[in-house]
Design a protein around this ligand. Structure first.
Ligand SMILES: CC(C)(COP(=O)(O)OP(=O)(O)OC[C@H]1O[C@@H](n2cnc3c(N)ncnc32)[C@H](O)[C@@H]1OP(=O)(O)O)[C@@H](O)C(=O)NCCC(=O)NCCS
Length: 174
C-alpha cells in the first residue's frame, strides 16, 4: 500500500467518514454514545488544543487519520510517569491524541506509517519525546502498534475510559 498523507480531508465526504471512524472506534461503552460526541471531540482537539490532523490515503481512498500536538492537558500525567521511572521530562514533547484506521485496512501498516510521519515532522523541529495514552489497555491493538513503533510503557491508568478499561501511557525518544 502506498500511503499519501494530507493535513486536510480531500472533501466533505472524507470528513464525515473520519468522524464516523472516530465514533465507531471509540463508541460507548468506551467513550462516545452519539455521533455528535465524536464530532465535538474532533472540534475540541483541533480548535481548543490546536492539534494538527494527518490523514492517510491509499490512492484516493481515506484509510485512517491521527491528531497530534502539544501535550497540554496531559502534561501532569506524563511528567509524573517519567519521574516515577527516574526519567527526565523534556519540554519539547508532543502527543498523539487520536489515531484510527478503517477496520478493513487495519494490520497493514497504516497506523505505523502515520506515527512515523508525525515523528519525522517533530524531529525536524527539535522535539525530543513523543507521548501517547493507549486506548484498550495492554491487550489492545493500539498498545501493540505503538510498541512496534518503538514506544515504551511508562504506567497504566486503571479505569481511564468510561467502560473501566485501562489507558497505557507510553513514550518514545525521537
Ligand atoms: C490501533 C490502530 C490505529 C492500529 O492501526 P493499524 O494500521 O491497524 O496498525 P499497523 O498495521 O500499523 O500495526 C502494526 C503493528 O501493530 C500490531 N498490530 C496492529 N493491529 C494488530 C492486530 N489486529 N493484531 C495483532 N497485532 C496487531 C502488529 O503486530 C504490527 O506490528 P509489526 O509491524 O511489528 O508486525 C487500529 O487498530 C485502530 O484504528 N484501532 C481502533 C482505534 C484505536 O484503538 N486507536 C488507538 C487510540 S490510542
Amino acid at each position: 500500500m502506498a500511503i499519501r498523507t494530507s493535513k486536510e480531508p480531500d472533501n466533505l465526504q472524507d470528513l464525515n467518514t473520519l468522524i464516523g471512524l472516530i465514533f465507531d472506534s471509540f463508541k460507548s461503552p468506551g467513550c462516545y454514545s452519539e455521533l455528535r460526541d465524536a464530532t465535538r471531540d474532533l472540534c475540541i482537539v483541533k480548535e481548543e488544543l490546536k492539534h494538527d490532523l494527518l490523514i492517510a490515503y491509499d490512492d484516493n481512498s481515506f484509510v485512517g487519520f491521527c491528531t497530534y500536538g502539544d501535550v497540554s492537558i496531559e502534561k501532569g500525567i506524563y511528567k509524573n510517569a517519567m519521574k516515577s521511572k527516574g526519567l527526565k521530562y523534556e519540554k519539547k514533547s508532543f502527543t498523539i491524541s487520536m489515531i484510527a484506521v478503517m477496520p478493513e485496512q487495519r494490520a497493514k501498516g497504516v497506523g505505523k506509517e502515520l506515527v512515523k510521519r508525525v515523528i519525522e515532522e517533530h524531529k525536524k523541529i527539535g522535539h525530543k519525546h513523543s507521548y501517547v495514552t493507549c486506548f484498550g489497555g495492554k491487550c489492545g491493538n493500539s498498545y501493540k502498534m505503538f510498541k512496534s513503533s518503538g514506544y515504551t510503557e511508562l504506567t497504566t491508568m486503571c479505569y481511564h475510559y468510561q467502560d473501566g478499561s485501562e489507558g497505557v501511557v507510553m513514550y518514545k525518544e525521537i
